[in-house]
Structures are given as structure tokens and as C-alpha cells.
Design a protein around this ligand. Structure first.
Ligand SMILES: [Zn+2]
Length: 71
């Protein structure tokens, strides 16, 4: 998963993030990619925070998609 906007020619950092699904609380280790410049910056931390607060695992995302279709 990519964090932030960066070009492919920028130096990047790979890191892992322990995400947990906000619906079923399942823990999902995420493999993240970001630019070296962005890593650790304030907007980077905000983005991670937002991601953690809104993260749904694949199963719950499918469920949500289905529910949206029905309603
Ligand atoms: Zn889930």
C-alpha cells in the first residue's frame, strides 16, 4: 500500500504497519511504501492515523460493498 504521493524515481522506504480492522478487529499486517522525504513527517503521521481509524480488512470491505448495493 502506498502512503502519500511520490514519484517512482524518488527514494522510497518500505515499512510494515500493524493494522486492525475497525469492524471485526482482525489484525492485518500491512506492507507499506512511502518516500524517504515523506516518512516521519507530520502529514505522514496524520495519514497513518487516518488509515488506522478507517481500516477495513478485505472481508469487511466486501461486506460493506454488498450492503451498499442492497441499501
Ligand atoms: Zn474485518
Amino acid at each position: 500500500m502506498r502512503i502519500g504521493n511520490f514519484n517512482n524515481d524518488e527514494s522510497t522506504i518500505r515499512f510494515s504497519l500493524n493494522l486492525s480492522c475497525i469492524a471485526c478487529r482482525k489484525k492485518v499486517p500491512g506492507s507499506m511504501l512511502t518516500s524517504e522525504k515523506y516518512f516521519g513527517s507530520y502529514s505522514f503521521l496524520l495519514e497513518i492515523d487516518t488509515l488506522k481509524k478507517n481500516y477495513l480488512c478485505g472481508k469487511c470491505r466486501d461486506k460493506k460493498r454488498l450492503t451498499n448495493k442492497i441499501s
